[in-house]
Structure formats: C-alpha cells, structure tokens
Write a protein that binds this ligand. Structure first.
Ligand code: ATP
Length: 247
C-alpha cells in the first residue's frame, strides 16, 4: 500500500480536553478511507488538522512523503488537500455553474485573485460545465444554488471541491441531513470517484461508510483503535464493544 497521507501521533488539546490523543492513520493513494467513531471522538478535529485549520499540539502529518504539519491551508490546497466546500449564504444567489467555475479558478492556490482570472471566463465556465457533466449534474448548471434541495447542494459542494483538482478530498459528514433517496444518489456519486481521488470520509451513516470504503479506521476518545477492511472492522471485538455495539 502506498500511503498518500500519514498522520503520526497527532495530539490536539483544547484547554483540559484532549480531542485527538496520539492519533495514527494512513490513507492509501486512490482509496476511500472511512473514519467512524462516536460523537465527540475527535473526527472533525482530526480533519481540521489535516486540512490545516487547526494546529496540532504535537505529532506530525506527511502528505506524499513530505511533512506538511506547519503548512498554512492555502499551501495544502496547492498540494491537493481539499476539504469539501460548505455552501453558505455567500453562494446561495450564484448559478451552480458559476460557483463551480469559481472553484476551478481557485485551483491556482495562493495566486488566486478574483480580479485576475487565470483562464478566460469562457474556459472557466466550459470546464465547470464539463465537471458537472462528469458528475451527472449537467441539468443543475443553470440553477441557483439557494433553490436546490439539500442533497443537490451537497452534490454542488462536492463538484466545487473536485473542481480544485484535489488529490486528497476530506469529507465531513456529507450524508448529514439528507433523505434516503438523496443519500443514495450521493453514495453513487462518491462510488464513481473511487480510484480517481483519495478520500477521507467522516460519516455517521454506517450503511454508506461500509458500502463505500476500501478501508475504515475507528476513532474512539481521540485514538484510532482499529484500521482495516470493512469486514474486519465489522467483526472486530474492540470496535463492537467501543462503538458499533451501541448502535
Ligand atoms: P461528532 O461526531 O459529534 O461530530 P467528532 O468525533 O467530530 O464528533 P470533535 O468535534 O472533533 O468530535 O470533538 C472532539 C472533542 O473536542 C469533543 O469533546 C469536543 O467538545 C472538543 N472540541 C472540539 N473543538 C473544540 C474547540 N474548538 N474548543 C474546545 N473543545 C473542542
């Protein structure tokens, strides 16, 4: 297995709380790696340290063989570590194709400037249209993001993340708040990404995680207590005791 991401002994303390506590994790190139664990286990805190929005108290992160522990977010994005966008009010009045075009433009990382396009407007919108088409979302291109369903907005967030040409995509509970048919559609979309990107997927929807993931790690009280193939995780006694047994 060639690891694209290595998390080595990450500790993150918030005052008296240790949110990640000597946490070790490896994501292989091209795999979907599920990260599960009970509420408050430290999953979001771990993603934030990988994305660069939180600074570890101790430990190291390697991406593609190089230490990135101290890099700011935009330099990590430049190397291909991207956390899924959240459609906030900022994007609600935008046409879907324009929101994705903005993300295409953001790919130039730290040199990104709204007023200094790196590609012509037509090239940007054409590329955005191609990304939407590759995700079977061409029909949404002319819609206004704020008018879309939750599930469709989630798909646009993922399209925007993919538009930045990530090598490692970090997804934090993409199924949250979606109905069954919307989760089904998103699961299929994520399945279609397998092998083309490396994905670290934090998710409480166990059916989706077990269906999508090549491997799964289980975080409990800030520590990874097990990592392995979905079947091995399902049958792991420590995992059952600490987590799945509670379900
Ligand atoms: P959930 O599944 O409920 O989203 P999680 O596994 O993502 O939980 P985190 O959100 O990472 O867990 O939280 C881990 C612990 O760190 C919790 O005890 C939480 O209260 C604490 N924590 C997280 N962020 C902060 C913060 N900014 N300040 C203080 N404590 C924090």
């Amino acid at each position: 297995m060639s690891a694209i991401l290595k998390v080595e002994g990450l500790v993150k303390r918030f005052g008296g709380i240790t949110a990640t506590d000597d946490c070790w994790l490896e994501v292989a190139a091209g795999e979907i790696h599920g990260l599960i664990g009970p509420n408050g286990a430290g999953k979001t805190t771990l993603l934030s340290q990988i994305a660069g929005s939180l600074k570890p108290s101790a430990g190291a992160i390697h991406f593609d063989g190089q230490a990135i522990t101290g890099l700011p977010i935009h330099r990590r994005v430049g190397r291909g570590i991207v956390r899924s966008f959240q459609i906030t009010n900022l994007y609600k009045t935008w046409r879907v194709r324009d929101a994705v075009a903005l993300a295409v433009q953001a790919r130039s990382g730290s040199s990104f400037r709204f007023w200094q396009p790196v590609q012509s407007e037509k090239a940007l919108t054409d590329e955005a249209a191609a990304i939407l088409a590759s995700l079977d979302m061409a029909a949404l291109g002319d819609r206004i993001t704020g008018d879309l369903s939750h599930g469709e907005q989630r798909l646009v967030e993922i399209a925007m993340a993919l538009a930045t040409a990530p090598r490692l995509l970090l997804l934090d509970e993409p199924m949250a708040g979606l109905g069954p048919s919307e989760s089904e559609r998103l699961t299929e979309q994520l399945q279609a990404l397998k092998g083309r990107y490396s994905l670290l997927l934090v998710e409480h929807d166990m059916a989706a995680v077990f269906r999508l993931s090549d491997r799964i790690s289980v975080l409990v009280a800030g520590k990874v207590i097990a990592s392995g193939l979905p079947d091995a995780i399902r049958n792991d006694d420590d995992v059952k005791r600490a987590y799945l047994g509670e379900e």
